[in-house]
Design a protein around this ligand. Structure first.
Ligand SMILES: [Zn+2]
Length: 63
């Protein structure tokens, strides 16, 4: 069984929208329209939280 990914929207200062994956906390998509976001969200592949490589990557991104 596969859990459906959920996304939170965040508006950027330049007016574009970020779609943040609530499962892996990655920015799944950045677009200027809702429609474009949906398309990009479909292509999003969740990070695997449990591998050290991924955790290291997350640290890098949040720095
Ligand atoms: Zn994800």
């Amino acid at each position: 069984m596969q859990a459906q990914a959920q996304f939170a929207l965040r508006q950027n200062p330049d007016g574009s929208l970020d779609s943040i994956c609530l499962s892996c906390d990655a920015t799944a998509a950045t677009a200027t329209t809702d429609e474009a976001l949906r398309e990009l969200e479909k292509k999003h592949v969740c990070y695997d939280w449990n591998t050290p490589e991924r955790l290291a990557e997350r640290m890098k991104f949040s720095a």
